[in-house]
Design a binder for this molecule. Sequence first.
Ligand code: C5P
Length: 225
Amino acid sequence: PEDHRLAGRHVIVTSGPTHEPIDPVRYIANRSSGAQGTAIASALRDLGARVSFVTGPADVPPPTGVQVIRVQTARQMRDAVEAALPADAAVMAAAVADWQVVNAQDSKIKKDGSGLPPVLEFAENPDILAWLSRLEESRPGLVVGFAAETDDVIAHATAKRLRKGADWIVANDVSPETGIMGGSENAVTLISDDGAEEWPRMDKTDVARRLAERIADALTGPVLY
Ligand code: C5P
């Protein structure tokens, strides 16, 4: 039926922040609420897709009617995405930490009385979007990434699309004055092979619905899964 255009399709959605441990009680994180990723997963489900929802520790509860895979770190998120393959499409809406702490401790770090703070050493995390976009055998037919930028949004997002190998980038301006990060609205530009298409400012749930419709439009091949 017209309202279940994604029936028989499998879509992987990543969402939320990742937490990168420093020791058993401390971590590095970011302010992602998980709102946009959660809304996208709900919208895809509403169109009949089977959704694997790979989420870091988010503020908002995950949608019902999707398979929820909870992770903490970027590496766990990558592994969960890999385990969820194959998929017709993937939407990488997570705010993945760029770095992990390589000298994370197994027990709580104590002040040692020297007055010297501990030194954290960082290593780059896997870029899940870039890795997924370049898979040879099991690359999803449509890979969608996000680009949260504060300046030159379209130029940076267009470069990001090419650098990471994604099909589409949903770009948005997260400058503090927009109120978008953590807010209920979003103003995005959809960047594809066809160029940049600016969408009006709307509720994150409406961005999600519109994106889900576009994904349904794009998936025209035979239903495989
Ligand atoms: O490079 P940047 O973090 O701006 O890229 C954002 C896009 O890349 C988002 O779609 C995000 O989910 C994805 N990403 C990822 N793994 C990372 C970093 C970003 O999947 N380690």
